[in-house]
Design a protein around this ligand. Structure first.
Ligand SMILES: Cc1ncc(COP(=O)(O)O)c(C=O)c1O
Length: 387
């Protein structure tokens, strides 16, 4: 029997059904989903409109290559341009976040003919060659991925970019809110300085919106809080609510030509149908507004509970940093309270729920968190007494 290549540590849980913000395992136990499988579930699991749209499309045609007309691609581009307020940008479709960043870097290099890339400390841009080279985590960069093209500057340091970005720089790639790096929000000053410096030097400014984009922050893209325009915006995750799809939004300053970029699967009928359903639901159900409202609700509740070292994020992208390792806390939330959360690093709980999450679900989390922290404090107090 062939074994699976063992790269993922697994929880002993097998979800077999999901709806909205809930999952049910093989034994029928219900779990609250506050993580969306790494920020992927945007409009909620098995949303009826999403299921109907995909089922209907599957019964018609699911795939043909990019050598024929696929009108769903244009519909997706139109709706994305309208909802994200980028009507004059064009869309290139692919299948994942890493691939989106890979294409963004390639397009930047085709555009200005340069090779040097500036990325930032604690960045995560994916695991393909160019994307991983721009990722600040040596343990996932294979020797073949190392290249002399990428240099890392300190995130949110507006001074170092003045000298670190030069007329040699091809592209600057940055997350509007770092996800894997610990829910670090880029400051307005930092992003505005990046924009100015890229304009001065001719470098291409790439905003990686793979995790923080698609409405998660309460705006369609989190860098829109800073009032800057990116040259290229990458996206994936919430774009398909679980169906693999990624893409880049490209400023009108870039000229397309046949063969410049390409993909077999990107933009297929099913992926576009998933993408269109997500945008329709986001618009009709006011999910950007809900992300803002519910983000504030979570933040207020977490503040009232207290006990943390730092609380960061925007909308439904929330990091709670503690001064102790959170592995046990996450496990208690999962196995005792039946709630999925995420982590970033060793001390940060990361919340990335569906943009449609409601007050009832938030209250369940807040109650569970309160109970866990009380227990934690009791345990620490007991330990101290024993010592
Ligand atoms: C900011 C960011 N960029 C890129 C990626 C890579 O996306 P994918 O796993 O779809 O390749 C991720 C994934 O976590 C991400 O968080």
């Amino acid at each position: 029997m062939a074994e699976l290549f063992n790269v993922y540590p697994l929880y002993d849980i097998e979800p077999t059904r999901a709806q909205g913000s809930y999952l049910w395992d093989v034994d029928g136990t219900r779990y609250l989903d506050l993580y969306g499988g790494h920020a992927v579930i945007s409009v909620g699991h098995t949303h009826p409109r999403y299921v109907t749209a995909l089922t209907d499309q599957l019964n018609k045609i699911s795939f043909y290559s990019n050598s024929v007309k696929i009108p769903q691609q244009q519909e997706l581009a139109d709706k994305l341009g309208a909802l994200s307020d980028h009507p004059d940008y064009s869309l290139f479709l692919c299948n994942s976040g890493a691939e989106a960043n890979e294409n963004a870097l390639k397009l930047a290099s085709f555009h200005n003919g340069r090779t040097q890339v500036v990325a930032f400390t604690k960045s995560f841009h994916g695991r393909t060659a160019g994307a991983v080279a721009a990722t600040d985590n040596a343990s996932i960069v294979a020797p073949i991925n190392y290249n002399k093209h990428v240099s890392f500057l300190p995130f949110n340091d507006a001074t170092s970019v003045l000298t670190g970005i030069t007329t040699e720089t091809c592209a600057v790639i940055v997350e509007g809110i770092q996800g894997v790096g610990g829910i670090q929000v880029a400051t307005d000053d930092f992003l505005q300085t990046l924009r100015r410096r890229c304009d001065e030097t001719g470098a291409v400014l790439i905003l990686d919106g793979v995790q923080c984009g698609y409405g998660r922050s309460g705006k369609f893209f989190s860098h829109q809080f800073s009032g800057i325009e990116a040259d290229i915006i990458s996206m994936a995750k919430g774009m398909g609510n679980g169906f693999p799809i990624g893409g880049i939004l490209i400023s009108p300053k870039f000229k397309a030509s046949y063969g410049l970029l390409g993909t077999t699967f990107g933009g297929n009928h099913l992926a576009c149908t998933a993408g269109i359903a997500v945008l329709d639901i986001m618009k009709d159900e006011g999910l950007l507004e809900n992300a803002t409202r519910m983000g504030n609700y979570f933040m207020d509740g977490i503040r009232q509970i207290g006990g943390y070292k730092d609380l960061r994020g925007r909308g439904l992208m929330i990091g709670i940093e503690y001064d102790f390792p959170v592995d046990a806390l996450r496990k208690t939330l999962l196995f005792e309270h039946k709630q999925f959360t995420g982590v970033a690093g060793k001390t940060i709980i990361r919340l990335l729920p569906s943009l449609a999450i409601g007050v009832d679900e938030a209250d369940q989390f807040l109650e569970a968190l309160r109970m866990c922290l009380n227990t934690e404090q009791t345990e620490v107090a007991t330990e101290n007494t024993v010592k």
